[in-house]
Design a protein around this ligand. Structure first.
Ligand code: FES
Length: 202
């Protein structure tokens, strides 16, 4: 069996099991074929794009997944929150907020291509919006932005949306008249409770 065939079978198994395949596809199982010019890397990316397309991901969703324009962290974030999806996949979201507007967002996703593309699409929708506008984001908005996802991946959009909602709620719990009410969220602000941050800045 050639290494290319083996990689294709391996990747198909990963897809079937809802596990991100990127790492697997970027790894050459045949060291003799390593190519310093990155031609193998590019071929792997093309293979991955084709498989995602065959599974029902739109070109736009694939682009979000491959480029991951908002993946990472914000060291000076005003709010950091975590969300675990029903499937066990995890999203960590970083919000930079200025005068009630979301000026920047990053996601860290431990999850499938659907969750990653949905998170990237969500950022494009809410960046620059007020907290109240961003809080109205729903799965339909993200799906429209993505154009299409496989039917069995529609639930993955919820992880990105719920993470954003949770971050906004936690931020507001620490920066509004709710600050005197017991915080029911599992707060994950970098410096401890988000309400402590409010107390320092007010
Ligand atoms: Fe868990 Fe996609 S399978 S978010």
């Amino acid at each position: 069996m050639t290494s290319e065939v083996f990689i294709s079978i391996l990747a198909a198994e990963f897809l079937k099991n809802d596990i991100t395949i990127r790492g697997a596809l970027m790894y050459s199982l045949n060291s003799e074929k390593k190519d310093p010019s990155n031609s193998l890397f590019e071929k792997d990316n093309a293979d991955e794009c084709k498989m995602l397309s065959d599974c029902g991901y739109s070109d736009k969703a694939i682009k979000y997944y491959m480029e991951k324009p908002y993946m990472g962290s914000l060291p000076d974030a005003d709010q950091v929150s975590n969300m675990i999806g029903s499937c066990g996949d995890t999203a960590k979201i970083f919000l930079k907020i200025d005068q009630n507007k979301i000026t920047d967002i990053r996601y860290q996703i431990l999850g499938c291509p659907g969750a990653i593309s949905a998170a990237m699409a969500a950022v494009d929708i809410v960046k620059g919006k007020s907290l109240e506008q961003a809080r109205t984001l729903n799965d339909g908005h993200v799906f429209t932005q993505l154009v299409d996802l496989p039917a069995k991946k529609h639930h993955c959009i919820q992880l990105a949306v719920k993470a954003l909602h949770k971050a906004i709620d936690e931020y507001k719990n620490g920066h509004s008249d709710l600050k005197d009410v017991e915080c029911l969220s599992v707060c994950s602000a970098p410096e401890g409770c988000c309400r402590n941050k409010t107390d320092e800045s007010s």
